[in-house]
Design a protein around this ligand. Structure first.
Ligand SMILES: Cc1cc2nc3c(=O)[nH]c(=O)nc-3n(C[C@H](O)[C@H](O)[C@H](O)COP(=O)(O)OP(=O)(O)OC[C@H]3O[C@@H](n4cnc5c(N)ncnc54)[C@H](O)[C@@H]3O)c2cc1C
Length: 399
């Protein structure tokens, strides 16, 4: 309990918050990372797994990529399946010495947390944040146990339901929140992937897909109907529908224990601007992309890298300057990237999911989807431009 004073208070120890804190520490800026979860709970959150090139380069740059580069799976191809047609896109030749990787999000968080704590970075774990106040002109983060953290800058890295933005005036932000009418059952299964790359399958009964996680664990997706719940998806049905929708010969996908199941609604969210006064938003606190493009964690860590560089310049070169201007410039730079990634994720969503049968113009919309897919197959320049965005940009210089 009591009040802690620091330069930057970071609420949330996910990929965004920990990346930011690690980079700030490296630049000699005092910060405290606060999370409602304890260490074990943080490391139990299995979510993303696809790391763009810039994310791999960022982990290299932090000196935290040893496990990722030895235990992660280089990812250099993806495949679309549609009515017996297989469109496989190989991008190994575009990668240089940094391919994108598959490496589970909880391992990224583990490496970041180990690196930060071993450099004596300050954390307050297992402490839910419940509010934001102001004292002597500075923001103060309040934890449920009575601890307060007063800082020159507060960063909300606590996901879409974060407590900091909830305490700010709603009319200071414009929020775009779009539901795409697509729901995916996602399972993690103890089974090797049936192909050594991501597979997106389109079928009259809906999407099915395989995302790699490790040689022994695979994430599998099935499009679910609007009214379906987890009870409608016993394991036997999951395996049967995966085989059918992905047109797999018997035994190609080995049945293994399913240890995680959830239904995710495909949703898009953007909050503009990504700051207010001395408060900045990073990662899912500011934007959500549907997992179709595999971009959410990458975008979160890219926000953190940009903000750390901007705050580093501010505290070292112009500490008396107007920090809200620094955060406004951060927001402008990041929103340009956020909207590019939104556009790509939207494209991927509609490449993977056809219209629901019977919806207006379903045949026309499906015709467009196939036209895009077959152009990827037939037009190398179009495929190359797509793959450049699929594997993501290089890490920007200076980050
Ligand atoms: C099923 C699924 C699959 C995905 N697949 C991919 C993929 O392949 N590639 C990809 O790049 N992205 C993917 N994503 C998205 C990715 O997981 C997120 O974009 C990423 O976790 C965002 O990181 P973040 O640090 O912004 O937020 P989070 O990871 O959500 O971290 C927020 C932290 O804030 C803490 N917190 C929340 N509220 C409070 C509070 N009141 N007080 C204190 N702490 C609080 C939480 O405990 C959490 O630790 C996927 C997401 C899902 C759900």
């Amino acid at each position: 309990m009591g009040t802690i004073e620091t330069q930057v208070a970071v609420v949330g120890a996910g990929p965004a918050g920990l990346t930011l804190a690690t980079l700030l520490r490296e630049r000699g800026i005092a910060c405290v990372v606060i999370d409602k979860f304890d260490r074990d709970q943080l490391l139990a959150r299995a979510r993303a797994g696809f790391l763009e090139r810039r994310t791999v380069q960022l982990m290299d740059r932090l000196g935290l990529s040893k496990r990722l580069r030895t235990e992660g799976l280089p990812h250099t191809a993806c495949e679309f399946r549609c009515d017996g047609e297989v469109v496989r896109l190989d991008y190994a030749d575009l990668c240089g010495d940094t391919p994108s990787f598959v490496y589970p999000q909880q391992e990224v968080v583990s490496d970041l947390l180990d690196g930060y704590e071993s450099a004596a970075g300050a954390t307050l774990l297992g402490r839910p944040v419940v509010g934001l106040g102001t004292e002597r002109g500075l923001p103060v983060v309040r934890c449920a146990d009575g601890t307060a953290v007063r800082a020159e800058v507060v960063v909300e890295a606590a996901g879409q339901y974060g407590p900091v933005r909830a305490a700010l005036p709603a009319d200071a932000f414009t929020e775009y929140d779009v539901r795409h009418g697509v729901r995916l059952l996602g399972v993690l299964a103890q089974t090797p992937p049936f192909a050594p790359h991501t597979v997106y399958g389109q079928h009259a009964d809906g999407f099915a897909g395989q995302m790699l996680r490790s040689p022994e664990v695979t994430r599998l997706y099935l499009e679910a109907a609007e009214d379906e719940t987890l009870d409608d998806w016993p394991e036997e049905r999951v395996w049967r529908e995966l085989d059918a929708r992905l047109a797999l010969p018997p035994g190609a996908l080995r049945r293994g224990p399913v240890f995680d199941r959830s239904i995710v609604e495909m949703r898009t969210r953007v909050v503009e601007p990504m700051h207010l006064g001395r408060v900045a938003l990073v990662g899912d606190a500011a934007h959500i992309v549907p997992p179709s493009g595999g971009k959410g964690m990458n975008l979160a860590m890219a926000d953190a890298a940009d903000l750390a560089a901007a705050l580093g310049r501010h505290f070292s070169e112009d500490p008396g300057g107007d920090v809200s201007e620094v955060l406004a410039a951060y927001s402008r730079r990041r929103l340009a990237d956020v909207w590019q990634v939104q556009e790509f994720s939207h494209f991927m969503l509609h490449l993977q999911h056809g219209p629901r049968p019977g919806t207006p113009d379903a045949g026309y919309v499906e015709g467009l989807r196939r036209a895009r897919l077959f152009r990827l197959r037939d037009d190398p320049a179009y495929a190359r431009a797509f793959l450049e965005r699929y594997m993501g940009p290089e890490l920007a210089p200076g980050l």
